[in-house]
Design a protein around this ligand. Structure first.
Ligand code: HEM
Length: 179
C-alpha cells in the first residue's frame, strides 16, 4: 500500500494558488468595477472582454485542478480534533469547486442570453443591452458571487485556524517541496 504523501502534488499546488489569485481578482473586479460601469459606456465592452476571458480560464483551470486532484495522491485529511469542524471543512472544499463551476456556467449563460459573444468578441458593432438586470442568469451570477465570497472566507479562516491556533503547519502541505 502507498502511504499518503506529506504535500499535494506540485501541479495541484500550482493550480491551487493560480486559481486563488485569478478568482479573487475576478470577484473583486466583477463586483467593484465591471458591475458599476453602465452598459452605455464604450469602455464596458473591454471590461466585459477581460472578465469573460478570466471567467473562462477559471472554469478550465478548475476542471483541470479537479482532474489532477483525482489522478494524484493527496495527503490525509488534516484533523482539527472536532468531528464537526472536519466535516464542515470537507464540505467547504467540495462546495468551493461546485460553486466556482456554477459561477462560470451562469456567466456563460448570461453572456449567450444577452448576445455578448458577438458583441464582445465578434465585433458585430451591436450595442450592449441597456442593462443585464432583466436576464435571470444575471441574478444567479450575482447571488452565487456572494456565496463564493463567503466560502472563500470560511476556507481562509480554516487555514488560519490550523496554522496559528492548532499550529499543525497545514500550509506546508499546499506548498512545493519533498513529498
Ligand atoms: C468563476 C468565474 C467568475 C467569477 C468569479 C465572476 C465574478 C463576477 C462578479 C463578482 C460579478 C458582479 C456580480 C455582482 O456584484 O452582482 C460578475 C458579473 C458579470 N459576469 Fe462574471 N464571473 C465569472 C465568470 C464569468 C463568465 C465565464 C462570464 C461570461 C462568459 C461572466 C460574465 C459576467 C457578466 C456579463 C457580468 C455582469 C456585469 C454587469 O452587471 O454589468 N462571468 N461576475
Amino acid at each position: 500500500m502507498i502511504s499518503a504523501p506529506s504535500r499535494y502534488h506540485p501541479l495541484a499546488v500550482t493550480l491551487h494558488w493560480l486559481l486563488a489569485v485569478i478568482l479573487i481578482i475576478a470577484l473583486v473586479m466583477g463586483s467593484q468595477v465591471l458591475e458599476k460601469i453602465p452598459n452605455t459606456d464604450p469602455e464596458k465592452i473591454n471590461a466585459l472582454r477581460g472578465h469573460m476571458m478570466a471567467g473562462g480560464l477559471i472554469l478550465l483551470l478548475t476542471l483541470l485542478r479537479i482532474f489532477v486532484r483525482f489522478k494524484t495522491i493527496a495527503p490525509n485529511p488534516a484533523p482539527t480534533g472536532s468531528a464537526l469542524l472536519d466535516k464542515v471543512a470537507a464540505l467547504v472544499h467540495v462546495l468551493l469547486n461546485l460553486v466556482v463551476i456554477v459561477m462560470a456556467i451562469s456567466g456563460i449563460a448570461l453572456a449567450f442570453s444577452a448576445g455578448l459573444p458577438d458583441i464582445v468578441f465578434g465585433g458585430s458593432g451591436q450595442p450592449l443591452p441597456i442593462s443585464f438586470q432583466d436576464f435571470p442568469a444575471r441574478a444567479v451570477h450575482g447571488i452565487i458571487a456572494k456565496v463564493l465570497m463567503a466560502l472563500i472566507v470560511l476556507h481562509i479562516v480554516d487555514a488560519i485556524y490550523h496554522q496559528f491556533i492548532l499550529k499543525d503547519n497545514l500550509m506546508k502541505r499546499i506548498w512545493f517541496g519533498k513529498r
